[in-house]
Write a new protein. Structure first.
Length: 151
C-alpha cells in the first residue's frame, strides 16, 4: 500500500469516527448533521433563501426543501416573504430554533475540545495548516474534474 493510500485510509477512518461521534451527540438534541448545520447557517446568515442554504449545505434543493419543511413544522425555522422580492422567501430561526442551536452548539464545541485534547496547540496548528493545504488542493482537483466532465 502506498503512502497516499495509507493517508486516504487514515482520513477515511477519521471522517467515519467524527461522523459517528457527531451523530451520537446531535441525536441527543433530535438533530441530524444536516439539521444542525441548517441551524448554524441560519444563525450566521439570517434571511438565506432555500437556494443559498442548499449551496451551503452541499445538498440538493429537494433535500433542502424537506429539511426546511420539517424544521418549520418542528417550530425551529420560519419562512418570511423577502421585502425586496415578494416572490422569494427568506429563512430565519425562531426563538425555539435559536435556543436549540445554542444548546447543541455548546455541546458540539465541548466535544471538539475533547476530540483534539490529545494534541498540543502546536500540533493542532500544524494539523490545521496541513488540512487547509490539502483541502485547497482537493477543491482545485474537483473543479478540474467538473470542467472535464462538462467539456
Amino acid at each position: 500500500m502506498s503512502l497516499a493510500d495509507e493517508l486516504y485510509s487514515a482520513l477515511t477512518k477519521t471522517h467515519m469516527l467524527l461522523d459517528d461521534s457527531d451523530l451520537s451527540l446531535l441525536q441527543q438534541f433530535g438533530l441530524s448533521n444536516t439539521r444542525y448545520h441548517t441551524l448554524m447557517h441560519l444563525h450566521k446568515h439570517p434571511g438565506l433563501s432555500q437556494n443559498e442554504l442548499s449551496e451551503k449545505l452541499l445538498c440538493t434543493k429537494g433535500n433542502t426543501t424537506r429539511i426546511v419543511k420539517s424544521m418549520e413544522e418542528d417550530g425551529y425555522i420560519t419562512r418570511q416573504v423577502d421585502p425586496e422580492d415578494n416572490r422569494a422567501l427568506r429563512l430565519y430561526l425562531t426563538p425555539a430554533g435559536e435556543e436549540l442551536r445554542k444548546r447543541a452548539d455548546k455541546a458540539y464545541q465541548d466535544l471538539n475540545e475533547r476530540r483534539f485534547s490529545c494534541l498540543c496547540d502546536l500540533e493542532q496548528g500544524g494539523l490545521h495548516e496541513n488540512l487547509d493545504a490539502l483541502n485547497e488542493h482537493l477543491e482545485s482537483l474537483v473543479q478540474e474534474q467538473k470542467a472535464q466532465a462538462d467539456a
